[in-house]
Design a binder for this molecule. Structure first.
Ligand code: ADP
Length: 607
């Protein structure tokens, strides 16, 4: 082949590996690049016909085809190098012609595809792995290329509520983003395509049902199916968002409630104090601070400090002990209602009506106590003045009533014929009227005495059986024989005879008043253990259940606005119970509307 020196020169200097064969298929040239690639040459024993060495010219090989058929042929073949390496070669063979244009062999360019093929295979493998990963990752993944979604993983379908990938694949990624977030997302895609880093952003993605799913989204460049694409990785943050919204709502709620409470506390006339479980004041509203004589909330003032700083006494003037203060009692878990205190503040004596209750945490543990105190100084003073007035008025009334009654009785006693029948009736009316006024006056007197704590009681031995007989006897005129004495056991108590008689008279009077004419009223005295029990029973109108609770209250009348109203001031039972209580006893009743009532009193026996 020495007749092709130009070919030889070109091939010998080419950086590409090349070999040339003659018409017989004998290798006559292996250029240096091919020697390096194939690991052959003179040093490797390549001298003379070496087609067998090359292994490139086997039957139907491209060089063979180029020599035999005189046409170019290209093929990829494996080449087993002497050092054991297997090369993946592309053999690009061309026929060669001599100067006369006669076919004289062929040459082949050898391209080593081993590495590119390995890279390709690696990439294919990587893609398979990536696909498997994307199909199973719980995060949301979508891939888009050229402005269209090309892949969406099962997790994304599930979170976004789509049935199959076809519902998303092919759509524009921006179309899947909330309109308000689109500008941000398209600028991110832009940035990413320029190779700039794109931070994580929050966006809302369209769900199958038309709602928007909040997500944290990262985008990164990727290869998908061998081509560059954008991989979008999303994390569903709807739970976090819900929790945030819940927290914000709860916070707003708590702030609103705190503001409401603050407003209520500020506008309250009553003083409010709150202390912690150790008894240190943690809150005092404006009224409370005014009582304490401070303008800012006291910082950790303890109850004992308070007791030292203020003179706190009970209404009778005795000093209050720390553990008896309402707040201190509430700290032991007790609910304290309506306790009156005298509180000396800046030289002024105040009367406070206080209530306190324990404060408990969610687990029920005691975390403090709250006290509400109302300044009732003026009310108490008014009440005192009213009682004082009643006392004075009753005293004042007593004298003219006594005089009127005296004259009426004198008139009645005079058996002179001068006193005509009509005048007698009038005198009797005056007499009854003055009795009635006298009773009212007496009731008012008793009432104010009790209220001012000035009721004095004798301590005599009183035989209740005898007293009952006398009570029945003294009402004989009115009762017309209706009072039926039952068991009258021997029962002697220590007490004030006239006051106890007053109680019995009141009970009998009520029983007669609130039962029909002719119906019997029972009176009995029994012994029960160390007590004597007096019972007055009637078969009258009774008292409705809802009114029974208040029956012993001052001025309460259970039959106002009913056909059974019999007048009266509603003080008899109040006085009776006070009198019995001051004898160390108690009073009660059972009653059924329309069937009658039984009132009873119980007193300790003297022996
Ligand atoms: P007064 O009889 O002067 O109104 P009381 O204090 O004695 O006052 O009685 C209060 C109220 O209790 C009465 O107004 C009446 O409504 C009711 N009451 C008292 N005793 C009886 C009774 N035996 N039966 C029915 N109601 C009674």
């Amino acid at each position: 082949m020495k007749n092709l020196p130009s070919v030889e020169a070109i091939l010998a200097t080419s950086p590409m590996a090349a070999v040339a064969v003659d018409r017989a298929g004998v290798v006559w040239l292996v250029n240096p690049a091919a020697e390096r690639l194939l690991g052959v040459g003179k040093d490797h024993g390549l001298d003379g016909p070496a087609a067998h060495l090359l292994g490139l010219f086997g039957q139907e090989g491209p060089l063979e085809a180029a020599v035999r058929a005189g046409v170019p042929a290209c093929e990829e073949r494996f080449y087993h190098r002497a050092d054991g390496a297997v090369l993946d070669l592309r053999v690009d063979a061309r026929p060669l012609a001599d100067e006369a244009g006669e076919a004289c062999g062929a040459c082949a360019w050898l391209t080593d595809l081993t590495e590119p093929h390995a890279v390709e295979a690696g990439m294919r493998q990587a893609e398979v792995s990536l696909r498997a990963f994307l199909d199973h990752t719980p995060e949301l993944v979508a891939i888009h290329r050229g402005g269209r979604v090309v892949y969406v993983n099962p997790a994304a379908l599930k979170h976004l509520g789509y049935q199959c990938a076809d519902e998303i694949v092919g759509r524009s990624p921006l179309e899947m983003v909330h309109p308000d977030d689109r500008a941000l997302i398209s600028s991110r895609i832009d940035q990413m395509q320029r190779g700039w880093p794109v931070p994580l952003v929050e966006e809302r993605m369209l769900r199958g049902d038309g709602s928007w799913l909040p997500m944290n989204v990262a985008a990164l460049p990727a290869f998908f199916e061998g081509e560059p694409a954008v991989l979008v990785l999303g994390i569903d943050i709807s739970d976090r968002k819900r929790a945030e919204a819940e927290r914000e709502r709860a916070l707003a709620d708590a702030q609103r409630r705190a503001a409401e409470l603050e407003c209520v506390l500020r506008s309250m006339v009553d003083a409010v104090f709150v202390c912690d479980a150790q008894g240190r004041l943690t809150l005092a509203n404006e009224a409370g601070r005014a009582l304490l004589g401070v303008s800012v909330p006291p910082a950790s003032l303890s109850l004992s400090d308070l007791l030292r700083a203020k003179t706190i006494r009970w209404l009778d003037g005795s000093p209050a002990l720390l553990e008896k203060l309402p707040l201190a009692r509430a700290l032991t878990g007790e609910v304290v209602r309506q306790v009156e205190l005298r509180w000396t503040s800046e030289g002024r004596d105040l009367t406070l009506l206080t209530s306190a209750a324990p404060l408990r945490g969610e687990g029920g543990q005691l975390i403090g106590a709250v006290e509400v105190a109302r300044d009732v100084t003026e009310l108490a003073e008014l009440e005192r003045l009213k009682d004082e007035f009643l006392l004075v008025a009753a005293h004042e009334l007593r004298t003219p009533v006594t005089i009127t009654k005296g004259y009426a009785q004198a008139l009645l006693r005079a058996s002179s014929p001068l006193v005509e029948e009509e005048a007698r009736r009038q005198a009797e009316a005056i007499n009854r009227g003055s009795d009635r006024i006298g009773r009212i006056v007496q009731d008012l007197l008793d009432l104010s005495q009790i209220h001012l704590d000035r009721l004095e009681l004798a301590r005599d031995l009183v035989d209740l059986a005898a007293l009952s007989r006398e009570a029945a006897q003294s009402l004989a005129d009115r009762s017309c024989g209706r009072i039926a004495l039952g068991e009258l056991a021997e029962a002697v108590v220590i007490g004030d005879r006239p006051r106890l008689a007053q109680v019995l008279a009141n009970l009998l009077d009520n029983a007669l008043k609130y039962s029909p004419e002719g119906s019997p009223v029972g009176l009995a005295v029994r012994r029960r253990g160390a007590c004597a029990v007096v019972e007055v029973e009637d078969r009258g109108v009774g008292i409705s259940v809802e009114r029974q609770r208040r029956i012993f209250e001052r001025f309460y009348r259970a039959h106002t606005d009913t056909p059974h109203d019999r007048g009266g001031m509603g003080v008899g039972l109040f006085l009776s119970r006070e009198i019995v209580a001051r004898h160390g006893g108690s009073m009660g009743f059972v009653s059924e509307e329309g069937r009658g009532s039984t009132f009873w009193l119980e007193l300790p026996l003297a022996r």
